[in-house]
Ligand binder design. Structure first.
Ligand code: 13P
Ligand code: SF4
Length: 330
């Protein structure tokens, strides 16, 4: 068994697991025993998606975290998502199977530098994409996700000056959709920035009837080619409602598991990145495994902690987002 110090260095528990155990059964038993709920993002490996109580995009996951009556939330996602759950449910124990499951987009916006940036625009409101640290949220006026960013900007008066961070691609997309002049932080997601426009064009030629769908964290050149742009839930719903039978999907490839489950007769092709790989996985999301999830539920570790002063400040802009989303029926 690891000591707490070792666990903190490693970020996850690595005690040996009896290979004869059926981890699906064990996780189900532990969930009941501890009154725990497993919330998983679509970018998790298929086994984790299959054992989860709720799978969703960032908005859906925060809505679930705010309303669950479980004592323990196991967050199968990345650090900023688990932090958001802790901020919304500070009295609950929030576990992340691997504490080192971070986010390149969140890392691209260090709070100290953002503070200097924000101070240059004292008359601007700060909207931050949920993919950022709790400290950054604590400096914000409203949080948003990719499924409500456009509507949140539109809910503000037309003459309201706005800083949008940390994702420059989502920010530019929202600015185009709303016609607003947003001041953008220059951050990006490593997964969504490496799709290859040329390889996608070739794929589209080979599959002329396929719909090309993309997440708004992608670069403008990729979004310009898209038949549909949306959050992970938006993309999934589009594949269900649209009558096309082939889709080229420009986001992390974990979502394809749900697309295939919901549409067994349709074909999903991951959009290729600008390297020799066929698809594009998020190395942070994929740090979580079924084994780590089992050990974290069994040991009640690693646990997410957020200082109370940050929780109190960060909660306000997240709740504003949830209120606006509820009013708009999102
Ligand atoms: P959504 O699931 O909210 O679309 O976000 C995608 C993402 O990058 C999460 O890290
Ligand atoms: Fe962060 Fe991009 Fe991974 Fe999402 S896909 S967790 S934005 S690095």
């Amino acid at each position: 068994m690891n000591t707490f110090e070792e666990l903190n260095i490693k970020g996850f528990i690595d005690e040996p697991i009896d290979p004869t155990l059926d981890l699906f059964d064990e996780i189900e038993k532990l969930k009941k025993e501890k009154n725990a709920v497993i919330l998983a993002h679509y970018y998790q490996e298929p086994d984790i998606q299959d054992i989860a109580d709720y799978i969703g995009d960032s908005l859906g996951l925060s809505q679930q975290a705010a309303k669950t009556d479980a004592d323990v939330i196991v967050f199968a996602g990345v650090h900023f998502m688990a932090e958001t759950a802790k901020i919304l449910s500070p009295e609950k124990k929030v576990l992340l199977p691997d504490l080192k499951a971070g986010c390149s987009l969140s890392d691209s916006c260090p709070p100290k530098l953002f503070k200097i940036f924000k101070d240059k625009y004292p008359d601007h409101l700060v909207i931050t994409y949920v993919n950022c640290t709790a400290e950054l949220k604590a400096m914000s006026d409203i949080v948003c996700t990719s499924s409500n960013a456009v509507q949140i900007v539109e809910s503000l008066p037309k003459d309201q000056k706005i800083i949008f961070g940390p994702d420059r691609n989502l920010g530019r997309y929202v600015a185009q959709k709303t016609g607003r002049d947003l001041v953008l932080w220059n951050g990006a997601c490593m997964v969504h920035e490496i799709f290859s426009q040329q390889r996608i064009l070739k794929l589209k030629e080979r599959h002329p009837n396929a719909k090309f769908i993309a997440h708004p964290e992608c670069e403008d050149a990729v979004l310009q080619m898209a038949d549909y742009i949306g959050s992970t839930t938006g993309l999934l719903n589009y594949t269900i409602k649209n009558e096309a039978t082939e889709f080229i999907v420009a986001t992390e490839s974990g979502i394809i598991h749900q697309m295939e489950k919901s549409n067994p007769d349709k074909v999903f092709i991951p959009a290729p990145p600008n390297n020799s790989c066929a698809c594009n996985d998020c190395p942070h999301m994929r740090r979580n495994t079924l084994e780590k999830l089992y050990l974290c539920l069994k040991n009640g570790l690693p646990e997410i902690t957020v200082p109370m002063d940050i929780i109190e400040k960060a909660r306000i802009p997240i709740e504003r987002m949830l209120d606006i989303s509820a009013k708009l029926g999102l």
